[in-house]
Design a protein around this ligand. Structure first.
Ligand SMILES: Cc1ncc(COP(=O)(O)O)c(C=O)c1O
Length: 249
């Protein structure tokens, strides 16, 4: 988007996945970042990338630039508004299709996707628990606390005084495996199944783990016959190309 708008883009990333294959270092999103002309600064794992970004922003502002700092995932109340609108779009499509979804399934990294959708459905009187996410970045409880707070903040930003309870934020932590960005056998199977059954490509870090969770729920009897389940494809296909070894290993 920055390339399209002629805005300089600086990415401050942290080395948060213990993978060093050449494909992981240079392919996938890194290749695209370079193609689009973004500058990339990679910090050691555990570094505070937001603090570093704020520091860089101060420096740029002092030399006369206008700077917007976007935290991880764009998961601020403002950033989550896109997915609040997505809830509205889903509701419109339900009307057009003549069906009602019983569950809307997404991955949960920095929580903006889940929180935006949950706030959107709350405002449509459908309740936040229509959304179920599978955490791929943090353990279930950490994700749940982050998602609850952000959902509440998105609702406030939209002028709602609704109060969301912790029990109304539905998150499953079973698909995280050994951690963020680390493949699980269930994820590999889920990505292959989606490719072979539907001809669709989902990414290994987010949608692959969420779809693995949905498949587990299906086989464990988590749904009734006739339930309509919406799996929201959140993008990220280029991530597949950074994980060649995992699929071929
Ligand atoms: C492809 C993809 N799907 C889902 C997500 C998760 O979104 P969120 O960080 O809003 O939880 C991300 C976040 O980076 C992503 O890249």
């Amino acid at each position: 988007m920055c390339a399209r708008l002629g805005i300089a883009c600086e990415l401050i990333l942290t080395r948060s996945v213990p993978k060093t294959e050449v494909g992981y270092e240079l392919n996938g999103n890194v290749l695209l970042d370079q193609l689009f002309g973004a500058s990339i600064c990679v910090l050691a794992g555990g570094s505070d990338s937001l603090a570093e970004a704020e520091k860089r922003a101060e420096h740029l502002r002092a030399s006369g630039h206008k700077v917007l700092v976007i935290p991880t995932g764009g998961s601020t109340p403002l950033g989550a508004l896109g997915y609040a609108r997505c809830a509205e779009e889903i509701a419109q499509q339900e009307t057009e299709l003549g069906l009602t979804f019983n569950q809307v399934v997404v991955p949960n990294g920095s929580a903006g996707t889940h929180a935006g959708l949950a706030a959107g459905f709350q405002l449509l009187d459908r309740g936040t628990s229509l959304v179920k996410s599978y955490s791929v970045l943090s353990d279930r409880d950490t994700s749940a606390a982050r998602t609850l707070q952000l959902t509440q903040d998105v609702l406030s930003l939209l002028g709602s005084s609704a109060s969301v309870q912790a029990s109304e934020i539905v998150i499953d932590g079973s698909q995280l495996g050994d951690g963020y960005g680390l493949p699980t056998p269930a994820m590999l199977d889920a990505v292959r199944l989606m490719a072979r059954a539907e001809g669709l490509l989902i990414d290994p870090v987010y949608s692959g783990k969420a779809f693995a969770g949905l498949l587990a729920d299906l086989t464990q009897g988590g749904f009734r016959s006739g339930d309509n389940v919406l799996f929201v494809m959140t993008g990220g296909t280029p991530g597949l190309y950074a994980y060649r070894e995992a699929f071929q290993g």
